[in-house]
Structures are given as C-alpha cells and as structure tokens.
Design a protein around this ligand. Structure first.
Ligand SMILES: [Zn+2]
Length: 336
C-alpha cells in the first residue's frame, strides 16, 4: 500500500458524527463533527453526512480520498453493507453502503462501530503486529472485537464479538437485551451508575462524598462520579470499583479461557476514567483463568482513544478498496 493514500473515516454515534480525513499510516489530517439528529430520519442524516464528506474533501483538495469507511452502532451485513438494526438511530434495514456510495460516487464500506475501533487498534494501536487479541471497550455498555489467528472474527451473521452480552451470572441483574447477568449488566457504565445510586440510597452517610460531587442530586451519580470519588479515596466508591474489577476479571477470564488471546486491549470511557483498574484485572486474570491460557498474556490500554473508530473505519475501507484494485500491501494481505 502506498503511504500517501487517503480515506475518510466516519464514526456514527447516537448523538454526534465524527468525519475524519485519515492517511494510510493512520494519521488524522482534518476532521469535522456534526450532531446526529437521528429524529430527522435516515435520509436527512445521510444527506448531511454526504455534505460533510464533500466539505472535508474540498478543504483538503490535495488529499483526495480513495474510499470512505463508516462505523455504525448496530447489526450490519458484512457482504451488502445493509444496516439491519441500529437501535440508537432507529434505523431498520437501510442500505447505507449502497446509498452513500451512490451519493458520493466513492467506494464505501460499512462496519459495526466496535469492529471499526478494533480495526483501528489492530492496524495502528495497541494490537499492532498481533494476530490474537481481544478489544474490550467499556463505556455505557460493553463492546468487543476479536482478532484470532490473524483474522477478525465475524461469525456466520457478523455478530461475533458481542462480549457485553456474555452471561457472567445467570442469576444476575436484568440486561437491556432481556437476558440476565450479562457482562455489561455487571460492568458497563449503566450498571455502575445503577449500583452506585442504589448503594448511596441505602447509606447516604457513606455516599456523602459522591453526593457532594453532584450537588446532592442522586440521579446525577454516574460512573464518572465513582471515578472521581475513588481518586479522593472514598471508601464506598472503592467498594464499587472492587466489585467492578471482579466483574471485569470474570468476563476477561472467560474470554481468555475461550479464545486464548495474546493480548487483551481495554478502552472506553470507564477504563479511561479508572486506568488503575487494569492492574487489578491483570492480577485477577492470572489468578482466575487457566494457567496455560494466561502464559504470556499482555493487558494493555487502547492507544487511539476516541480516534480508534474513525481511523479504523478509514483503514477498513482502504483495505477493501485496495483489494478491488489489486493493490495488496504485505501489511494488509494478512488481514484479508
Ligand atoms: Zn445482555
């Protein structure tokens, strides 16, 4: 692959859309951000995305993009680029890849947003040069991407990697998906918020520091409040974080025993807010997972932070474009 190729990477979120011009070394040169406003409907959102891509291309006339990649929070068909269902956007069966490609007359690829972030970490981040790793992104929910034997696992219906809905405790709390005791119902941001509010409600004295951080409005307590309080050595916040670490250790041990990865890469707002969790998790998995499976295991924070989605979507689309042009690079061939 030539190092002076350009692609546009788009991270489509429930509230905002990030559109970035990225080169084939994973460097972001320019970016534009726009609100999603999904209530306007699919066609209006699509039109605004296309307009933003045109604007970004015009601003950077000397760096014409070969392709466009877009990460979407939902279930996507890998072959057709149809978005089957994106709950945050209220999209059902929309032909995003074909529609955007027709509007912009460019090679467009659509993938799941967490898989896009995993592509980013694989090409240019903490998964670089590694053939067996799992990305675990802990934000409001938990998403994952699995690279095994030098391939991104997609499964027969492109849903592989939904580690947030792996059952950790069959008698555990109800999850948004309808199951009980899923990984994210114990360790996702929304679960931390639920537990923190319940524990403060049960003992307001123990929760007084956290309450003071949110103007005594318990409904404003979130994972961020817990992260802030634990830095101030608050005992109740410390207990919440210990429970959280145990849930992450349980989930990580199951992943390690099942997939035998060389690396676990942790990203997302909860991890960025509580980086000390990774030491606890490293110690815990070495104790709980199978000895043979943890031999040589490495646990790293994600490297690309909020840019993993745009960088990964751009790289994924460029890889696909180069395949159609028979411009395989040595680096990209193994990832096909
Ligand atoms: Zn679930």
């Amino acid at each position: 692959m030539s190092t002076n190729q350009w692609a546009i990477g788009i991270d489509l979120g429930g509230t905002k859309i990030e559109v970035a011009l990225v080169n084939s070394s994973g460097i972001v040169r320019d970016r534009l951000r726009l609100p999603t406003e999904s209530q306007q409907g699919y066609k209006a959102v699509l039109k605004r995305i296309a307009g933003t891509v045109r604007q970004l291309s015009e601003q950077n006339g000397d760096a014409a993009p070969s392709s466009i990649g877009i990460g979407v929070p939902g279930q996507i068909s890998n072959s057709s680029g149809i978005v089957h269902y994106a709950p945050n956007l209220d999209w059902h069966e929309v032909a995003l890849e074909a529609d955007l490609s027709a509007m912009l007359d460019k090679h467009v690829r659509v993938c799941n947003d967490v898989k896009a972030a995993t592509w980013g970490e694989w090409y240019f981040g903490a998964g670089k040069d590694c053939d067996d790793f799992v990305c675990i992104f802990i934000g409001t929910g938990i998403g994952g991407g699995i690279v095994s034997g030098g391939h991104m696992l997609v499964g027969c219906n492109n849903t592989a990697g939904e580690i947030g809905h792996m059952t950790i405790d069959m008698h555990g709390p109800e999850c948004h998906c309808g199951n009980k005791g899923c990984f994210e119902s114990l360790a996702g941001g929304w679960a931390i918020k639920r537990d923190a509010q319940a524990m403060i409600e049960a003992n307001k004295d123990a929760g007084k520091l956290m309450l003071s951080l949110v103007g005594n409005d318990i409904s404003k307590v979130t994972a961020r409040t817990v992260a802030e309080a634990v830095q101030k050595k608050d005992i109740l916040a410390g207990k919440i974080v210990d429970d959280l670490a145990n849930a992450i250790i349980a989930g990580s041990s199951a992943i390690i025993n099942t997939l035998g990865p060389h690396r676990l890469i942790f990203g997302g707002g909860v991890i960025e807010g509580m980086p000390q969790l990774l030491d606890q998790v490293t110690k815990g998995v070495k104790k709980n997972a199978l000895k043979a499976a943890t031999k040589g295991i490495e646990i790293f924070p994600a490297k690309l932070h909020n840019d993993s989605g745009v960088i990964g979507a751009a790289a994924f689309s460029l890889d696909s474009w180069n395949k159609t042009q028979n411009l395989h690079s040595k680096d990209y061939e193994k990832k096909g």
